[in-house]
Design a protein around this ligand. Structure first.
Ligand code: 5GP
Ligand code: MG
Length: 188
């Protein structure tokens, strides 16, 4: 049986914002929409998870799309780095996804904050001849920079707080939590 409450919350977590059951339900709904929207792109859909934050989200999302023939091409964008919790601009790290020409690209990211990551990747993939570029984020902060950045699929709108869990980190920790929550002051 599913419960809206987590069995055990990590001691460094102040409060749970999005419980694991709510994430699972939302991921299924997003996959349903995406599956329908990309029915025309069968075999020409490339999902681009932004590492490392979208690792869990992207894994669950593609697993909920078993009827679609799709490719997965990882990309890494650095924005925060380490213990910083304020944005510093974005840059693509390492090789870019290949063979995107004529492909429908779906960028999958953990959270939409300044919008720098999505703007950068969208521009990059469009200039490489993608047939279309859309974005899907698990979380979006209710701040002007995030709300003003085009994003076709959004899991949850949350307040302007620093969150961890379900892929999101603080100093590379807490990515393995199955829920999204805020950190206790003492853990920072
Ligand atoms: P943007 O480029 O939109 O400013 O931010 C996107 C990236 O910043 C995310 O992929 C994530 O790595 C990082 N980020 C933004 N807000 C948060 C947050 O509240 N918690 C964590 N852990 N990372 C965040
Ligand atoms: Mg990230």
């Amino acid at each position: 049986m599913h419960s809206m409450h987590e069995d055990r919350i990590h001691e460094d977590i102040e409060k749970v914002l999005v419980p694991s059951a709510a994430i699972a339900e939302r991921v299924r709904a997003l996959a349903q929409s995406i599956g329908e929207d990309y029915s025309h792109a069968d075999g020409r859909l490339t999902v681009v998870p932004v590492m490392t934050g979208s690792l869990l989200f992207a894994a669950d999302l593609v697993r909920a799309l078993p009827q679609r023939r799709l490719r997965i091409q990882l990309t890494t964008v650095s924005s925060y780095g380490g213990k910083a919790t304020a944005t510093r601009g974005s840059a693509i790290v390492g090789a870019l996804p290949k063979h995107l020409e004529g492909h429908h690209v779906l960028i999958v990211d953990d959270i939409l904050d300044s919008g720098g990551t999505l703007r950068l990747l969208r521009q990059e993939f469009e200039s490489r001849g993608a047939a279309s570029v859309r974005a899907c984020v698990l979380l979006r902060k209710k701040i002007p920079s995030a709300l003003g950045t085009p994003c076709e699929y959004v899991g949850f709108d949350i307040g302007d707080e620093f969150v961890v869990g379900y892929g999101l980190d603080y100093d590379d920790l807490y990515r393995n939590l199955p829920y999204v929550g805020t950190l206790r002051q003492e853990a920072r």
